[in-house]
Write a protein that binds this ligand. Sequence first.
Ligand SMILES: *Cc1c(COP(=O)(O)O)cnc(C)c1O
Ligand code: SF4
Length: 410
Amino acid sequence: MVPAVLPPEPATSRGSLSAEGRKRLFPNATDAEWSDWRWQQRNAVRGLEQLERYVPLSADERAGVQETSSLFRIGISPYYLSLIDPEHPFCPVRMQSIPVRAEARVRPGELSDPLGEDKTRPEECIVHKYPDRVLFLALDTCSVYCRHCTRRRITQGGVAELSKEQIRRGVDYVRRHPEVRDVLISGGDPFMLSDSRLEEILAPLSEIPHVEMIRIGTRVPVCLPMRVTDSLAKTLRRYAPVFVVTHFNHPKEVTPEAREACERLVDHGVPVENQAVLMRQLNSDARIIKELSHLLLRTRVRPYYLHQMDVAEGCEHLRTPIAKGLEIIQQLRGHTTGLAVPHLAVDLPGGGGKVTLQPDYVVEYGQQETVFRNYKGERYAYPEPEETDCACPYEGVWQERALQYGYRKG
Ligand SMILES: *Cc1c(COP(=O)(O)O)cnc(C)c1O
Ligand code: SF4
């Protein structure tokens, strides 16, 4: 069997989408500059005048930039900008980075804190909503400001990178709560921190005996892949298990550069998962989600969640009907590998937490059997067993053994 390998040519070779865009938009950037994430950040587009120099804006976009200017910042790395289709306002990269007028409109029922996180925020940087895991908000900056960001009350800035004292208090909170076995570091984008600043968060967290795993939510592999250096990957590996959860929404974003970034993490022993957000007219189509999943799997990235859009201020125009997400899942399940089928999640407005949705395959529940339809719509019956006692007799013994032989922390 031939092992799956990335295209052998370097990421900056001719023929790649970003190489073309780069030549058109940043002809004077040297290879060293282009592949330096700090150069990318210094040269990110942050306002209307700059943006108009690179992209011929539609009237809707121009008005969108002006009308949202006091609501949420703009920031587009040269790399992500190079992926934009200058000729089509519905280019998925463009829709995710350039505002339109609809974003300035707040509809009744939309919330600035759609997930009710501020109600469960015992420390500035901790959201503790579920019993065994917390969200750790490390900073308020990102490589690109996504037009669909539903945490813009934080990412709009003004909160400032959290101080060392606040980080210390966050770590302390986790230390005082032995029920927390899983810490999800987010923000903002944690990979906007230098390796050493990131390590200042990872090191004390991983030393806490009851913390069994750390996850990092980041859009850097998508929007600023040059940030994923060997040094970053090695740093993460030192605190294993560290999972990276990234955020690709459209196959167009899965460029050779982005794939290289993900593979660098995986090669260093850092598993990568993807959370996509379903967005109307951007990726609201089963074919697109399937192609995205397949590209991710080829990159050794596992599709994890497909999120129904939160009921957040200015996001109405991107929301899909619930039925669309279900239809997409139904067109994946059975038609392709289960590894390519993400969980369709709705994070309930107001702070109810995530629930997942599945197409209903049960046609009939019975005492003796359950009747299903399969992915082709054919009917099959599954018979109930005679015995129904499901208690596990070894459980008491195992509880002791697990502690005795160190399977379990604590
Ligand atoms: C999504 C989320 C998590 C992580 O949930 P998983 O289902 O474990 O991925 C943790 N805390 C908060 C507040 C979240 O929104
Ligand atoms: S990277 Fe995440 S936190 Fe930052 S703007 Fe995008 S969605 Fe929001």
